[in-house]
Design a protein around this ligand. Structure first.
Ligand code: APR
Length: 179
C-alpha cells in the first residue's frame, strides 16, 4: 500500500465483481452496452438493470467516464470509462486518453462523495495497451490526482485479474512509494 496524504493506493488480485467498495471502474466501450472481458463480467454480475441504465446514458466518448448504480454487485456504483484502442492511436494520444480515464473516473467518484474506488486495468486486454506503459500511466495519474485533491480521503484499489498484471502494478507502486 502507498500513502498519498490521507489517501492510499493498493493492489488486489481477483475478480472485480466481488469487491465491496463504493465504486468499481469498468473498462467499457463507447456504446456502454456491454461486451466481453471485465465489461461482460460486470454486466453479468450486476444484472439486466445495469444495461437498462447504461442504455439511457447514450454512450461515452473515449477517455471519459459515466457513473451508474451497482445493482446486484456488492459495489454501490459502477464507473464506466472507455479506454483508448491502442493500435489505432499514436502512443502520445493513447497515453493522454488513458490518463483521462483515471482522472475523469476519480473526479466522478469525488463528485459523488465516494471513499473507495477499484479500477480494472483499463485498455490492457482487448484494447491492446502494453501493460507496463498502461500501469505506469494508471499509477502516476492516480497519484497526481490524489496529491491535487488532499481533501479527498480516497482508497484506490488496482484490481488485477492475473499474476502478470499484479506484478506490473506491485512494481509500479513500489516505485511510487520511494519517489
Ligand atoms: N475482474 C477484474 N479484471 C478483469 C476481469 C474481472 N472479472 N475480467 C477481465 N479483467 C481484466 C483483464 O484481464 C484486463 O487486465 O480487465 C483488464 C481489461 O481488459 P478488457 O476487459 O479486455 O478491457 P479493455 O482492454 O479495456 O477492452 C475493452 O473489451 O470487453 C470489451 O466491452 C469491452 O469493448 C470493450 C473492450
Amino acid at each position: 500500500m502507498v500513502r498519498v496524504g490521507d489517501s492510499t493506493m493498493e493492489t488486489w488480485r481477483g475478480d472485480i465483481t466481488t469487491l465491496e467498495v463504493d465504486a468499481i471502474v469498468n473498462a467499457a466501450n463507447s456504446s456502454l452496452l456491454g461486451g466481453g472481458g471485465v465489461d461482460g463480467a460486470i454486466h453479468a454480475a450486476a444484472g439486466p438493470e445495469l444495461l437498462e441504465e447504461c442504455r439511457a446514458l447514450g454512450g461515452c466518448p473515449t477517455g471519459e467516464a459515466r457513473i451508474t448504480a451497482g445493482y446486484q454487485l456488492p459495489a454501490a456504483h459502477v464507473i464506466h470509462t472507455v479506454g483508448p484502442i491502442y493500435p489505432r492511436l499514436s502512443p502520445e494520444r493513447a497515453a493522454e486518453l488513458l490518463a483521462s480515464c483515471y482522472t475523469n473516473s476519480l473526479d466522478l467518484a469525488a463528485e459523488q462523495g465516494l471513499a473507495s474506488v477499484a479500477f480494472s486495468a483499463i485498455s490492457t486486454g482487448v484494447y491492446g495497451y502494453p501493460l507496463g506503459e498502461a500501469t505506469a500511466i494508471a499509477v502516476a495519474t492516480t497519484r497526481a490526482w490524489l496529491e491535487a485533491h488532499p481533501e479527498q480521503r480516497m482508497r484506490v484499489v488496482f484490481c488485477c485479474f492475473d499474476a502478470r498484471t499484479l506484478a506490473a502494478y506491485e512494481a509500479e507502486l513500489a516505485h511510487a512509494a520511494i519517489n
